[in-house]
Design a protein around this ligand. Sequence first.
Ligand code: NAD
Length: 368
Amino acid sequence: MTNAYKIAVLPGDAIGPEIMAQALRVFDVVRQHRDVEFELIECPFGASAYFSHGQAFPEETKVVCDQVDAILKGPVGLSHAESLKIPVEEQAERGAILPLRARYNTFANFRPIFLSKDMAHFSPLKPEIIRDGIDILLIRELVGGLYFGAKERGTNDAGLRYVKETLEYDEAQIRQVQRVAFEQAQLRKKRLHNIHKSNVLLSSVLWNEVLEEVRVDYPDVEVVHLLVDAAATALCLNPGQFDVMVMENMFGDILSDQGGGILGSLGLMPSACIGPDKAYYEPSHGSAPDIAGQNIANPYSMIGSVAMMLEMSFAMADESRAVWDAMRSVFEAGYSTADLSAGGSAKVVSTDEFGDRVMARLDELLAN
Ligand code: NAD
């Protein structure tokens, strides 16, 4: 029987539609070689949806997302100046991304920070630091903490404007994401870096207490505790020490972008956002308004998000592997997008041409 999957496609803003167009080609290639059907339903989401529908996450998009098997989301948002044209509550993160995460309780965000040996020259780090490449799985808690806590703005008794934001976690929220991280560590090198700030934050004290309870069920996993500030330095000086890392929401937001930095570009950062019943997939980066409309964005992060969807939502591990291999073969053949070309000898290709080369190789790989 043919497997059939429904996917909500949210192209997003700025470079979103450009890189999404390349990512969607993967579904065409896969369906040509496998007994599988993909129904793609495009929906408005983000700043463009605010301008066309008056809401960054319109009702019609919610209805589709509720029904599908998985969601593929492009980056959303505008430049700082353009964002000011949208009411604060409808700006992309507050109006679209956070409500999407909350709606499907996508508490576990998988952010692979990966650079094969053949791609090591893209990194700004020295070869003696990179050695055999970088292979880290950063797991970020995605629906709690400061980003989701109660917020308040006002003027205090002294007549000064003030703001109050709340960092709140309960032990169940902490436990569920830590379990995911331990399970991933078991599947990989059995080493888990726990990133926290318990020397200052009470939330990290509870986080660490829960971790001590959870680890009892994973005796084969070595736990290494590291303060988040020290982790930022260690990512630059010795990324090879990391395998799986787990951390709360805001730490993960910031450290994963640093992950893109040590790879050489945020364009190399796909991600998966996993909830109990639904998952959505998106690049880790934003909508890159500075390069929008020029056909120069790197679609690796968006195509990689499809690869993660194939594996994690549709159990198509072989096809997923073929997508990764196809992308790496393009780099290995000496091509790169503009973001990765600084100081190197790579032949620079456009967003579309990178997609052409990936799809041609994917076609070959799936035919064999
Ligand atoms: P950004 O991640 O969009 O861009 C940072 C830098 O990385 C820019 O120089 C950009 O050109 C580059 N870059 C990012 N992705 C790239 C790619 N695929 N190929 C080549 N270069 C790439 O961060 P920003 O400029 O701070 O934010 C822009 C907008 O994106 C803002 O409105 C922000 O709120 C939003 N944002 C959205 C998400 C999301 O949709 N999940 C995440 C982060 C930021």
